[in-house]
Design a protein around this ligand. Structure first.
Ligand SMILES: Cc1cc2nc3c(=O)[nH]c(=O)nc-3n(C[C@H](O)[C@H](O)[C@H](O)COP(=O)(O)O)c2cc1C
Length: 345
């Protein structure tokens, strides 16, 4: 058993379980993943990357697979409809990775039309033999992330997960929606519990976990080995630490943004705390970018919109953002906005 995976835990009785930052295309670049770890995420995964492009050594795709020595474990996620390309890409990634994760959950038409992502759940035999082929070709653990099923027939995640366990998948993650649902409706945690009960490998529950309350509800319902958080962490990677505090797994005074603000923190109102938290996260994101990938305008702009969302004055600052002459000026203007009038003494 891999040190990075562990065994299936017993029923959840309130003890800490790992929190995963969900792989999110266009969101989880390397500096954001490293930031999420500093905020309390236990495991991070790259955004999904096309295995055919990787197997043909496309530079743009390989850039998405960049990691850093502090990203432990390093888990690249790949997708594709061609079993051979999937196995080749996994083999190429394996020497530098701790785990290879396979995407069987993406509902985007550009992915499902090549019968990859969640579309493969409609072809369980192909999905299972693809995973079997990859497990045979790499000597590191292989994990898979999927949905409940396609939604055009009965859910089949239980059947698929049982078969994947048999062919050697070491951990499974289930997003409690179907392909057809995309992101509509509610995640079905009761079905995820059925998957947890059907296999002996750890299962990670995913879908609609956004705070400590929903995290506790999801763990109480599923008894999953861990939780994966996606949309709730966009612009708010601090969510991981906040969730751990709310669950009684961590003390508020140990959170890095609380430490950075010392005793002033406990005098702040909720808006002041939001500004202070997001400023710490933003400055750290920029610092981590400089240390790893370099500041990249496209990524920074996306994160700037997400980090400022919902704060008073955010719309105004966004209109000013584009006037900044250099990426460094842009980064600085966001940092200054996040000082927040209410936070300034
Ligand atoms: C913008 C965005 C990009 C995503 N990209 C990926 C991806 O690259 N790989 C993947 O497995 N899932 C991807 N997902 C799905 C998430 O990993 C997760 O399964 C889904 O958002 C449900 O979790 P949540 O309710 O916590 O957001 C993406 C979701 C979003 C919103």
């Amino acid at each position: 058993m891999s040190e990075f995976i562990g065994s299936k835990p017993d029923e959840w009785e309130g003890e800490p379980r790992p929190l995963f930052l969900a792989p999110m295309s266009g969101v989880t670049d390397l500096p954001f993943r490293l930031l999420a770890k500093q905020c309390g995420a236990d495991v991070t995964i790259t955004e999904f990357t096309n295995s055919t492009a990787l197997s043909r050594e496309a530079a743009v795709s390989w850039r998405k697979m960049e990691s850093h020595e502090t990203e432990i474990p390093f888990i690249p996620q790949i997708f594709g409809g061609d079993s051979n390309d999937m196995a080749t890409a996994a083999e190429m990634l394996a020497p530098n990775a701790d785990i290879i994760d396979l995407n069987f959950g993406c509902p985007a038409p550009k992915v499902t039309k090549i019968c990859a992502g969640a579309a493969l759940m409609g072809e369980p035999d192909n999905l299972v033999s693809m995973v079997e082929g990859i497990v045979e070709r790499v000597d590191i653990p292989v994990t898979a992330k999927m949905r409940l099923g396609t939604g055009s027939s009965e859910h089949n995640a239980v059947e698929i997960c049982k078969r994947l366990e048999k062919v050697g998948a070491q951990r499974l993650c289930v997003h409690g929606r179907t392909l057809r649902q995309r992101y509509s409706g509610e995640a079905d945690w009761n079905y995820i519990k059925k998957v947890v009960d059907s296999v002996n490998v750890p299962v990670i529950a995913n879908g609609d976990v956004v705070d400590a309350k929903s995290a506790a509800e999801c763990l109480n319902t599923t008894h999953a080995a861990g939780l994966m958080i996606g949309r709730g962490a966009i612009g708010r990677p601090s969510m991981f630490g906040e969730m751990k505090v709310g669950l009684g797994w961590e003390k508020e005074e140990n959170l890095p943004w609380v430490k950075a603000n010392k005793e002033k923190w406990f005098e702040l109102d909720e808006i002041g705390k939001s500004f202070a938290t997001r400023k710490w996260c933003w400055d750290k994101y920029i610092q981590l970018s400089k240390q790893t990938t370099g500041i990249q305008g496209k990524w920074m702009q996306r994160h700037a919109v997400a980090f400022s969302k919902g704060l008073p004055g955010a719309k105004k600052v966004r209109s000013l953002m584009h006037l900044q002459p250099t990426p460094e000026d842009f980064a600085q203007s966001i940092s200054e906005f996040l000082i927040g009038e209410l936070f300034v003494e």
